[in-house]
Ligand binder design. Structure first.
Ligand SMILES: Nc1nc2c(c(=O)[nH]1)N[C@H]1C(S)=C(S)[C@@H](COP(=O)(O)O)O[C@H]1N2
Ligand SMILES: [Mo]
Length: 326
């Protein structure tokens, strides 16, 4: 790849030769450099990346404005790792299954029905969802209860933007997320590892927290099928399974919704499932984690942080016994 040295002394590839993903990866470095104050001003790079986005012929690109309020300093997980090591049981239980079998999922056309305790129930197609609020790029850590984590540059907007539009009634206390369950598109639905459709839920105040992301993309592109195309939730302070993929329905309820993993093994998976190093899962310690892509014989595990490091959310659980409400 050709490298041009710009006046700030930062190496930039020629815009016409880079893919959105490459732009993304160099932009990450750039933002991190900005954050630690090693360079001043981003005008030039932004121009180059915008130009490259415009020139790219990829049908998968998705432009979004980086939100500097949601940047973690950890190294971003490689795209390859984030898209080949997945949990998406509708395509099989092996980590490699979703990348191998999710090609049969048709993310377009797609609609999401929003119903239940709302004044304005609506069914939105994916294009309306994409336009509902400005798309932001946010870098979040996501930690699986199995003890591994990734750092992913998501694209989307706060779920709160959507909640505002449908106007929950006074009875709405919870939000339920329902994933697609189509045998024709999802080979894993044939086996009873979980009850289908995959369901998840949040308390309304958790769903309204600005960190809770309605995600439609990652790494500068639309979501790959194996990561939950075309629309999923990302709740970064909770274990990965709370972040339901490929959702077709969002329902506002009075009562706490059932959740797929709680139905399957209630003693192992509670409703809240906040990342908490002090409360172990019966089969796995939650005190430390392996960052995907960093594994090596001598790589030390990372300490897991309370709420996965998202301390902002602590006020949501004031006075609650987190051991009891796990
Ligand atoms: N519909 C559905 N959503 C799901 C799952 C699933 O099996 N089905 N797995 C969950 C689990 S356990 C994790 S860790 C995350 C993984 O998201 P990722 O593959 O994008 O890293 O998706 C969650 N969402
Ligand atoms: Mo998970």
């Amino acid at each position: 790849m050709l490298i041009k040295r710009n006046p700030n002394g930062i190496d930039l590839p020629f815009a016409s030769e880079i893919t959105p993903r490459e732009i993304f990866e160099s932009r990450r470095t750039f933002i991190r450099q900005l954050a630690v104050g090693s360079i001043a001003g981003g005008a030039l790079f932004d121009m180059a990346s915008r130009q490259a986005f415009a020139q790219s012929a990829s049908a998968h690109k998705l432009a979004a404005k980086a939100n500097p309020a949601y940047v973690v300093m950890d190294k971003t997980t490689a795209y390859k790792d984030a898209t080949t090591y997945n949990n998406f049981y509708e395509f099989g239980t092996d980590k490699a299954d979703p990348a191998e079998y999710a090609g049969t999922l048709k993310p377009r056309p797609w609609t999401v029905a929003i119903e239940g305790e709302v004044k304005k129930p609506m069914t939105l197609d994916i294009d309306s969802l994409l336009k509902l609020a400005p798309l932001e790029e946010r870098i979040y850590r996501l930690r699986c209860v199995e003890g591994w984590s990734m750092v992913i540059p998501w694209i989307g907007y706060s779920l709160a933007e959507l909640i505002k539009k449908v106007e929950p009634t006074g009875n709405a206390k919870y939000v339920e997320f329902i994933s697609l369950a189509d045998k024709k598109q999802m080979p894993g639905i044939g086996s009873p590892v979980l009850e289908w459709p995959y369901v998840e839920g949040l308390r309304l105040d958790e769903a309204n927290h600005p960190l809770t992301l309605l995600s439609v993309g990652m790494y500068g592109e639309v979501l790959p099928n194996q990561n939950g195309a075309p629309v999923r939730i990302v709740v970064p302070w909770k274990y990965g399974f709370k972040s339901a993929k490929s959702i077709v329905k969002i329902r506002f309820t009075k009562d706490q919704p059932r959740t797929a993993w709680n139905i399957a093994a209630p003693q192992e998976y509670g409703f809240y499932s906040n990342v908490n190093p002090a409360v172990d899962h019966p089969r796995w310690s939650q005190a430390s984690e392996r960052r995907i892509g960093e594994d090596g014989l001598f790589t030390k595990k990372r300490k897991t942080l309370m709420f996965n490091g998202y301390n902002d959310v602590a006020s949501l659980y004031k006075g609650m016994d987190m051991k009891k409400f796990f």
